[in-house]
Each structure stands twice: as C-alpha cells, then as structure tokens.
Design a protein around this ligand. Sequence first.
Ligand code: FPP
Length: 261
Amino acid sequence: MFKGLFQKPVHSMPSEVTMDTGGLDMTNIPQHIAIIMDGNGRWAKAQGKVRTFGHKAGAETLKTIVRAADSLGIKAITAYAFSTENWKRPVTEVHFIMELLSRYLTSEIQEFKENNVKVRFMGSREGLPAIVNEKMDHAIEETKNDTGIILNLAINYGGQAEILHAVRSIAAQAAKGELNPEDIDAALFEDNLYSKGLPAPDLLIRTGGDMRVSNFLLWQIAYSEIWTTSVFWPDFTPDMLVEAIKVFQKRERRYGGLIQK
Ligand code: FPP
C-alpha cells in the first residue's frame, strides 16, 4: 500500500489519500491529466437523490484526486467543471453549480495554499456571476506564488469557443499591423488559448461511460491518450487514477510518426 510515499516535503498533501501504486512506473508519470468529470447526476439519481447531490459529491472527489495526483508527481490537472453548453440545464442546477464553485473556491483556498497548489482557470469570464468571478480572481491571487501542482478549472469553457476567442485575438493583432499572418504558427496560436503556458495533456480521463470529447480541449488533446470508465465521477478513486496511468504507460505514443524497432 502506498501512503503519501512520494509526497514532497515542502508541499505535501494531507496523507489521508491512500492508493496502491504497485506496478506503476514512477519514472513515466503523465505531467498533465485532463478530466471530464461525468456522471454526477446519474450517481445521485441511482441513490434516489437530487442531481445536485451528485455535484457536491463530485467536488469532494476532485479534492481527493488532486491530492492523489500531487502525491504521484503529476504537475497539472485540468478539470471540466462547467461547459459553455451547461447553461442549457435547469436554472436551479446552474445556480447550484455556481454556488458550489463559489463555496469551493472559498473553503479550499487555505488547503491549496498549505499544499502549494496553484489555481488557474480556463473559459470565458463573461456571463459568470460576479461573485464567482471575484472568487476566481482571489484564488489566482492567493496561489500565484505556489509552485506545486496546478489545478486548472475549466469554467464556462468550450473548446470551440476557445478556438474562436484565439482566432479573434490573433485577427485583431493582425488588423492592427502587430503581426504578419505568415507568422501565425502553432506556438503563436497556443499563446492565445486559455491554456497558455500549460503543456498539452498527456492523458484525458472521462468517467460516466460516454465515449465523446464533449467540446473539451479540442486543440490541446490532439495527441493525448484517452482512458474512459463507466464509473460515475463521485465514485472515482485514487486507485482508478493509478489504473488509468498504468494503461497510459502501456501505450505507444507515436505522435503520427513511427517507433524504430
Ligand atoms: C457532469 O455530471 C458534471 C458537471 C456538468 C459538473 C461538474 C461539477 C462538479 C464535479 C462539481 C463542481 C466542481 C467544483 C470544482 C466545485 P453530469 O451532471 O453531466 O452527470 P450525468 O451525466 O449523470 O447527468
């Protein structure tokens, strides 16, 4: 059994996260993992509870998984908390998730700081309640000097909207004569994405059984390995994270090329 064995002395997470790391190659840990945390509603419904109960449980699961990821030496987690399409849900559910985000960013800030977690966000700030925007700014400010794992929360995020946002920004720079269209390359494009400065995810995890990308990180996951499980997000455990990484470690990443044998 593993119990915080790889935690770094300066920014170790609370040690209650336990997982079995037997068989895991600690020299080949993905740097950046993206997660589609799906199945909260179905998890709650299966217990005869309202959907929002599942979101609350899902927020707890995220805390546990960030701790586990940090212990394993993962450098960044990008979690899909609210998509540009999620506004279509009943207004009560949308309000609940916004309230949950706001509370989460308040209640967890101390733990983030104590554990050296750097919080950042991706998505459009427009349309979010003012209180959520304030809490997001506060979380960024409070954790800006942290050097441990990055928790990148995708809020009011859509991959297509992100690409359009980047295109508009680049077009505006070109229109002002600040850049030549011929100079637009992948690096410049990536500098205009919300994920600027983060490496592309090595691994994309989706819980809840569906086999789609759901408008998540459309540019960034070009060569990410994908691992899915039918387990609903609130039931996702550190051991399942280890399992996903073990599968990742068996994959041959070719990036469109050939492996010389
Ligand atoms: C997908 O489950 C989940 C969401 C749309 C919201 C994700 C939100 C959380 C995990 C909690 C909030 C996060 C933080 C950081 C406070 P679903 O509702 O689509 O589930 P279903 O597919 O069973 O309906």
